[in-house]
Design a binder for this molecule. Structure first.
Ligand code: NAD
Length: 303
């Protein structure tokens, strides 16, 4: 598979192709589990009718079904109460045909997402957002890791991009992306700087990065001229322009002219997120069928 870009420009890290590879490996793992009598099951809970969430859920459903995972989408009314939603999620926790539970966020404003996430069985928390999985990540213990951050690391690994000893600059400190990707990079022995909305002179910090992860949600915030020559740029941002096109947080062409490797938007980190969801579901199913095995990360702890 050709994954490199043109000479003289940063190579494009093709997330679509890499995700296809991961998904086919997951399909093989699903077959092995089915032979052992376990069909991995994923329950997706979609509350209300947010159009972007509909698209994400459809993509996840299709990819999981293609990999042989049994997908069930539950659609409580947008007016569902906190207690009813938590009860639904808790019931999935004791359903043996379900190995992965995903509550599509954001939830309608009257609902408390943290409470709903805490109702998810931590062993089935394929989004890695339950406090026990967050703690496991912070403590270098096995657990389920959030899909987008895991996808960033997988992309680097599959393209031979070294992380150890390199300076990784993460822009964004969300619970979903920024913080966990920073922790994964740290677990891989990168030197990590986290930037956020109050960071002074963002350009100066970003320009020190051998690896830059952009997870903000503002098109073109990361300027091409900030990129250190030869750096790896992972653009997590998804921003829809007034022309309807998707753009990342990084000025793609200007950054590519300086970068060693860069993910496009669309077709970079996004497809990896879905692939890692399938991988997490398979891991959760494998762990459930073999109680002694540990699910999750292989990242080594370090001092
Ligand atoms: P968020 O809104 O929760 O967090 C944004 C972060 O950006 C915050 O930590 C904030 O401090 C920081 N920030 C805001 N303005 C800044 C500035 N001017 N300079 C530096 N930092 C600034 O968002 P999120 O959930 O982390 O998502 C970030 C982006 O990634 C969004 O575009 C989202 O759509 C996208 N996303 C993509 C995927 C994927 O699969 N590719 C998955 C999740 C999120």
């Amino acid at each position: 598979m050709e994954l490199t870009g043109m000479e003289g420009e940063g190579r494009i890290l093709d997330g679509k192709a890499t995700a296809a590879l991961v998904r086919s490996e997951v399909a093989g793992e699903v077959e092995r589990l089915v032979e052992r009598g376990v069909r991995p099951g994923l329950a997706v809970v979609l509350v209300g009718d947010d159009p972007a969430s509909e698209v994400y859920v459809r993509n996840k459903d299709r990819a999981a079904t293609e990999a042989g995972i049994a997908v069930r989408t539950l659609r409580p009314e947008a007016t569902v109460s906190q207690a009813d939603l938590e009860a639904l999620v808790s019931a999935l926790g004791v359903d043996e045909s379900v190995h992965g539970i995903l509550v599509q966020l954001p939830l309608p404003a009257h609902l408390d997402a943290a409470g709903v996430v805490e109702a998810i069985d931590p062993g089935k928390d394929v989004d890695g957002l339950h406090p026990l999985n967050v703690a496991a990540l912070a403590m270098d213990r096995p657990g389920l890791v959030p899909c987008t951050p895991a996808g960033c690391i997988e992309l680097c690994d599959r393209h031979g991009i070294a992380l150890e000893g390199r300076h990784a600059v993460v822009v964004g400190r969300s619970q979903l992306v920024g913080k966990p990707v920073a922790q994964l990079l740290l677990a891989r022995h990168a030197t990590v700087t986290i930037c956020h909305s109050r960071t002074h002179d963002l350009g100066a910090v970003v320009s020190a990065g051998d690896v830059v992860v952009a997870a903000v949600g503002r098109a073109g915030l990361i300027r091409g001229e900030w990129i250190k020559p030869g750096a790896t740029v992972l653009d997590v941002g998804i921003n829809r322009g007034s022309d309807g096109k998707l753009r990342g947080d990084v000025e793609l062409e200007a950054a590519r002219a300086r970068a060693g490797a860069i993910t496009p938007v669309p077709g970079g980190v996004g497809p990896m997120t879905v692939a890692m969801l399938l991988k997490n579901t398979c891991r959760a199913a494998a762990a459930a069928s073999e109680p002694v095995s540990s699910s999750g990360r292989t990242a080594g702890a370090g001092t």
